[in-house]
Design a protein. Structure first.
Ligand code: ZN
Length: 265
């Protein structure tokens, strides 16, 4: 089979294991069926901005041209740093966009992809966000009415937890053992200042996520289309937004949003 088109980050469906689909042009490739098989991807140098569609030499912030990086609401500062969201004061790059995205319910969570980390996402992005990070376990901590408050809680909790995913450790599947997220959540409730405790989410279930991986890499070797125009090999699994190949190469698909690829299997 052969497909051609601009790719976007893989769409994930929660299942045991997670089901992945790669959007390419007008199509979507069912990725799980390719595990154990040889795949080949060619990049001839064309990148189209995922916002405006224009050709761009360089992709900024996972898929934007330079102009959209500076103007698109999807590339606002508050996307990376939720506490900087000012939508609640009516200040945003695009207020209509902000109403749907920043002024919607948000979740502060703890997730374990290698060690415990704290994170923030829009309510509707659960569990997609956890899957994109390659988390094995996750628990909801708080529900807030906007992005800013979620960010304030996250900033407070960064005193106790990291907010970064160690993607190499995540890909090797070196997941912290003996972590009890329900206990961690109880600790968080005691740590939080009183005025933030009212946002605690009552759902104390731990979500367990399993990925379609036959073999985890021993030594992670990251590859990308900017340096290697043809990437091919036997696909051994998918975790987070990474394809894992037989020779321990790993490819971050999300980093290549907007890249025009030829995909063969
Ligand atoms: Zn653009």
């Amino acid at each position: 089979m052969q497909y051609e088109g601009n790719i976007n980050k893989m769409r994930a469906e929660q299942a045991n294991p997670v089901k992945y689909f790669l959007p390419i042009g007008e199509n979507e490739i069912e990725m799980n069926q390719l595990i154990g098989k040889k795949i080949k991807m060619n990049f001839a140098g064309q990148i189209n901005c995922i916002k405006c569609g224009k050709k761009t030499k360089t992709s900024f912030h996972q898929g934007f041209c330079f102009n959209c990086l500076q103007t698109a609401p999807e590339a606002s500062e508050s996307v990376i740093r939720p506490e900087l969201s000012k939508s609640q004061f009516g200040i945003a790059r695009d207020l209509e966009w902000a109403k749907k995205h920043d002024l919607a319910d948000h979740i502060v969570y703890l997730a374990v992809s290698s060690e415990i980390k704290v994170g923030v996402t829009r309510f509707s992005q659960i569990p997609t966000r956890w899957i994109d990070q390659g988390a094995s376990f996750a628990i909801k901590l708080a529900t807030t009415p906007n992005r800013h408050i979620a960010g304030v809680i996250e900033v407070f909790l960064k005193n106790y937890f990291t907010d970064k995913t160690n993607w190499r450790t995540m890909l090797k599947n070196e997941v912290a053992e003996n972590v009890n997220l329900q206990e961690e959540k109880q600790k968080v409730i005691h740590l939080l200042p009183t005025e933030l405790r009212k946002y605690i989410n009552p759902d104390s279930n731990t979500t367990i996520i399993e990925y379609p991986v036959q073999q985890f890499p021993q030594k992670v070797k990251s590859v990308g289309f900017d340096k290697i125009p043809t990437i091919e090999g036997v696909l051994k699994g998918i975790k987070g937004q990474y394809l894992i190949f037989e020779n321990d190469d790993v490819l971050n698909m999300r980093k290549h949003n907007g890249y025009f690829l030829q995909f063969l299997y």
